[in-house]
Design a protein around this ligand. Structure first.
Ligand code: BT5
Length: 329
C-alpha cells in the first residue's frame, strides 16, 4: 500500500472528510485523492461519498490495511497469505534494521514452537510476529512473553472464551465436562491449548538489540486440523473477527510494554488470568524436574514453586499441571 493510501485511511478513521480537505491535508491533488479512493475500493474497503465527504463504511476481513485501520498501537503491519514462519520473516526485518512491525500470515507452512517443536498453523488462524527494540536488558525479556499471553487471554475473554494462562505463556481453555481426550499421559485435568507464544531475541549483556514476539492463536480453524489437545476460537465460540481480535491483542501488548509503563503491572495482569497458580505442577527445566505447588510468579517471569525441600524459583522450563492426587509422584 502506498503512503497516500495509508494517509487517506488514517484521515478517515475518525469519520467522514471532504475530498478537498483530504487533498489539502495530504498535500496532493483532488484527482490523486479520487484515484487512491478508487484503489482502496478495489482493495475491498467500502467507501461512500456523501454530503460530509468520503466515509469508510466497511473494511476488508483481514490484510495489512484492514488490520492497520483503527489500530490504536504504534505498529506497521506486513501481511502475507502464506509464509513458512512469521517469526522468520520478522527476524529478516530485524536484520534490515526495522522495528515496530507486525508480520501477519493467514497460513504458515513451517510454524515453530519453542525448542524447534512444530507449530501447526493452517489458514484461518492468527499468526503474528511483533518486532520491537525495547530499551531493556535481555534478562527482562521474559516479561514481554508474559505480556503477550495476557494480551491474548484478554482478547479471548472479550470474545467469550474462558481463557487462562499456563506458565509461562500458553493460553488454555478448560475442556468441557466429560471431555477427557485432552488429558495428558497422567490424566491431568483436561485443558486445551488455544494459543502459544515464541519469543526470540538478540542482544548484548545490557541491552536488547531486537525482540520478536511470535503469537499463534487458533482462531477460525477447525479443531480437527490441530493436535489432539488443542482448541480454537471457532470450536469454542464459533469464530471471531480476526482483524478485531488481533487489533485488541496488539493494543494490549503496546499498552503493557510502553516505554513509560511499569512492567511489574504485567505480573498482576498475568496473575489475574493464571491457571497455574495454586496448582500442583511438574516443571522440566533444562537441567532437572521440579515438582510442587505453583505459588506465585516473580519479575521478570519466574515461577515460584513450593516443593518438599522449600521454595524454588524457576525461570525457564516446560510446565505440566498435575491433579492434586498426583502430589509427590
Ligand atoms: C508454543 O510452543 O506454544 C509457541 C507457538 C508460537 C507460534 C507462533 S505463530 C506465529 C509465530 N511464527 C512461528 O513460527 N511461531 C510463532 P510450545 O510451547 O513449544 O508448544 C508447541 C507444542 O504445541 C507442539 O509440540 C504441539 O504439541 C502443540 N501444538 C502445535 N501446534 C499447535 C496448535 N496450533 N495449537 C495448539 N497446540 C499446538
Amino acid at each position: 500500500m502506498n503512503d497516500t493510501r495509508r494517509a487517506i485511511l488514517s484521515a478517515l478513521e475518525d469519520g467522514p472528510v471532504e475530498g478537498p480537505a483530504l487533498a489539502d491535508r495530504l498535500g496532493v491533488s483532488r484527482a490523486a485523492v479520487w484515484k487512491q479512493i478508487e484503489a482502496l475500493r478495489e482493495a475491498g474497503f467500502g467507501i461512500e461519498s456523501g454530503d460530509d465527504g468520503y466515509e469508510v463504511v466497511s473494511v476488508p476481513d483481514y490484510g495489512a490495511a484492514a488490520i492497520a485501520f483503527g489500530l490504536d498501537a504504534p505498529y506497521r503491519i506486513e501481511y502475507h497469505d502464506r509464509l513458512p514462519s512469521t517469526n522468520d520473516r520478522a527476524r529478516e526485518l530485524a536484520d534490515d534494521g526495522e522495528s515496530d512491525v507486525v508480520v501477519v500470515a493467514d497460513e504458515q507452512t513451517g510454524g515453530r514452537g519453542r525448542l524447534d517443536r512444530e507449530w501447526r498453523a493452517p489458514s484461518g488462524g492468527v499468526w503474528a510476529s511483533l518486532l520491537c527494540r525495547p530499551r531493556r536488558p535481555p534478562a527482562e525479556v521474559p516479561i514481554y512473553t508474559l505480556a503477550a499471553a495476557v494480551a491474548v487471554a484478554r482478547a479471548a475473554r472479550e470474545a467469550g472464551v474462558d481463557a487462562r494462562i499456563k506458565w509461562p505463556n500458553d493460553v488454555l481453555v478448560p475442556a468441557a465436562d466429560g471431555d477427557t481426550s485432552a488429558a495428558g499421559d497422567r490424566g491431568a485435568p483436561a485443558e486445551r491449548k488455544l494459543a502459544g507464544v515464541l519469543t526470540e531475541m538478540e542482544g548484548e549483556a545490557d541491552r536488547v538489540s531486537w525482540l520478536v514476539v511470535g503469537i499463534g492463536v487458533n482462531a477460525n480453524v477447525d479443531a480437527d486440523t490441530l493436535p489432539p489437545a488443542a482448541t480454537s476460537l471457532r470450536a469454542e465460540v464459533g469464530g471471531v473477527d480476526r482483524r478485531v481480535f488481533l487489533q485488541r491483542v496488539l493494543e494490549t501488548f503496546a499498552e503493557l510494554t510502553a516505554d513509560d509503563a511499569d512492567l511489574s503491572a504485567i505480573l498482576d495482569a498475568w496473575r489475574e488470568r493464571a491457571s497455574t497458580l495454586g496448582r500442583r505442577v511438574r516443571v522440566e527445566t533444562p537441567t532437572e524436574t521440579i515438582e510442587g505447588e505453583a505459588v506465585d510468579v516473580r519479575f521478570p517471569g519466574a515461577l515460584v514453586v513450593r516443593t518438599d525441600d522449600g521454595e524454588r524459583v524457576v525461570s525457564a522450563g516446560d510446565c505440566e499441571h498435575l491433579r492434586p492426587s498426583e502430589a509427590g509422584g
